[in-house]
Every structure is written in C-alpha cells, then in structure tokens.
Design a protein around this ligand. Structure first.
Ligand SMILES: Nc1ncnc2c1ncn2[C@@H]1O[C@H](COP(=O)(O)OP(=O)(O)OP(=O)(O)O)[C@@H](O)[C@H]1O
Length: 262
C-alpha cells in the first residue's frame, strides 16, 4: 500500500513546522526519516499516518485521501509506534499487545482463537513471550518498547510508522528490531537518529531540515559528507562498506578544524 503526500503543510506557533512536503512511500519499502532535533520528523509521520490533518495539501493512501477514511479504517491499515508511547499501568504485557487487535474486533467479529495466535506470535517475535503475565509497571523501558512494537505487529497493518523505535533498546535489540520489521512484508516509515542504522536497513532515506524535505534517495546517495555538514552540522567521513552501502564515521567536534590549522 502506497502513501502519497502532496504539498503538505502544518503550522504551529505561527510558523510552518512542515513546509510544502511532497513524498511518495512505495509499497513494501523501508523509508527512513532523518533530520536534526525539531526538524519535523514526528510531525510529518503524524500527518502521513492520519493522526493529524494537514493545514494545506493532501495525504493519500493507495490514491484515496486520508480525509475519506474513518479512524477504524485507518487503524486497520496503519500502525504508529510513538516516541513516548504510553499504556495504562494496570494491564499485563499480554493485554498491552492484545490492544493491537482492537481495530479488527466488532460485535460481528469478536475475539477468537486466531487473535490469541496473532498476539502470541507478536510477543514471540519481539522476544517477550516469557513476560506475557508481567504487570506493565514492573517492565523496563526497553521491555516496554518491545511490547509497543509487538502491539503494532499484532495490529497487522500494511504500513508501520515507527518514531525512534530503537529508543531504550540495547544494541542487540536495536539491530534485531530493525531486522524484524524489515523482514516483514510491510511498508515501514521510521524516524531514526542513528544514520548508520538508517544506512544498514533503509531502502531510501528522507532528510528533513526545518520542516523541508532536503534530500531523498538511497542511503549511499543521501548520506554525503556535504549533507552531514550542512544539515546535521557534523564533520564526518562517509565510507563504502563493501556491500554497496555506506558507513558514517564521525569526527570529534573541532578535530577537523584543528588539523587544518596545523
Ligand atoms: N503543537 C505544537 N506547537 C508548537 N510547536 C510545535 C508543536 N508541535 C511541534 N512543534 C515544533 O515543531 C518542530 C518539529 O517537531 P517534531 O517533534 O516534529 O520534530 P522531530 O524532528 O521529530 O524532533 P526530535 O528529533 O527532537 O524528536 C519543533 O520545533 C517543535 O517544537
């Protein structure tokens, strides 16, 4: 399922936060959204997932404007794992994941054995099966984050939006999680801060700067030393990694200039 943003604008505090963005997300691609703090990554994902309505422009799902979808229709197709996702404290880990089934349930389609299977699979996929009975408030930040991902997987969306999904996770679980979502037949849009993870897992990367889309393309084409200097204000060397991809090596602030002065 494709998403198309056309001339999308969203304003707050008297200024455009998202400024005339046009972006097509291709079916089954893993699109990374990168950019400095405050560049508009979360805002853009909220607009593209229908959580927020644009002040100008349109977002369309498979060619049909999101304005014409009900909340439930959107929730059957799109899951969004927010940056600081909250869940009621009194529930168990399993109950948190069961919430992902909500858009698929109705009076005519009550909870069935297959819903249990879907929840079991999602818990196992994020390595949290043995935590199923644990109370939410007893879980660590990383365990909660993995359950938020499991809830989104249990929702069985066609498109998965992830806002800094590797927050709180150790490096094993960061790589495992990105690999897991990449391996599913899903369209994934993820805001990522780690540019090497973006290079490793994304088919394409969109770079935001002050609410504008300033670059879009394959990681090796987008992650250039010039872009890193101009947008992220860091000195870095970008090397080919031998698999047709690239690796960013950051310089300690000040070291490049000092070298030049020597
Ligand atoms: N409701 C609002 N009112 C005023 N300003 C807002 C509002 N929502 C977001 N902003 C501002 O819009 C800008 C973009 O915010 P957003 O959360 O989309 O950025 P981000 O790229 O996801 O940032 P980060 O990397 O820090 O998570 C920020 O400067 C933020 O302060």
């Amino acid at each position: 399922m494709t998403i198309q943003a056309r001339g999308v604008v969203w304003r707050a505090g008297g200024r455009p936060i998202i400024d005339e963005i046009a972006l097509d997300v291709v079916e089954h691609e893993f699109l990374g959204i990168v950019g400095p703090n405050g560049s508009g990554k979360t805002s853009l994902m909220a607009l593209m997932s229908g959580l927020r309505a644009p002040h100008a422009g349109t977002v369309a799902l498979a060619g049909r404007s999101l304005r014409h979808f009900t909340r439930r229709e959107i929730a059957r197709r799109i899951a969004f794992v927010e940056q600081q996702a909250e869940t009621a404290e009194r529930i168990t880990a399993r109950q948190a994941v069961e919430l992902g089934r909500t858009p698929h349930l109705s009076a005519l389609s009550p909870w069935q054995a297959k819903d249990d299977d879907i929840v079991d699979t999602a818990l196992a996929e994020v390595g949290m099966a043995s935590f199923a009975g644990r109370r939410w408030h007893t879980l660590s930040g990383g365990e909660r984050q993995r359950l938020h991902i499991a809830r989104a997987l249990a929702q069985q969306p066609e498109i998965l939006f992830l806002d800094e999904p590797t927050n709180h996770l150790d490096i094993h679980h960061q790589l495992g999680l990105l690999d897991l979502v990449r391996s599913r037949r899903l369209t994934v849009v993820a805001a990522l801060h780690d540019l090497n993870h973006a290079a490793m897992f994304c088919d394409r990367i969109a770079v935001l700067d002050q609410g504008r889309l300033v670059a879009l393309g394959a990681p090796r084409d987008v992650l250039t030393e010039t872009m890193l200097a101009d947008v992220f204000r860091v000195d870095a060397a970008v090397e080919a990694d031998g698999n047709g991809n690239c690796l960013v090596r950051y310089a300690r602030p000040g070291t490049v200039k000092e070298k030049c002065l020597q």
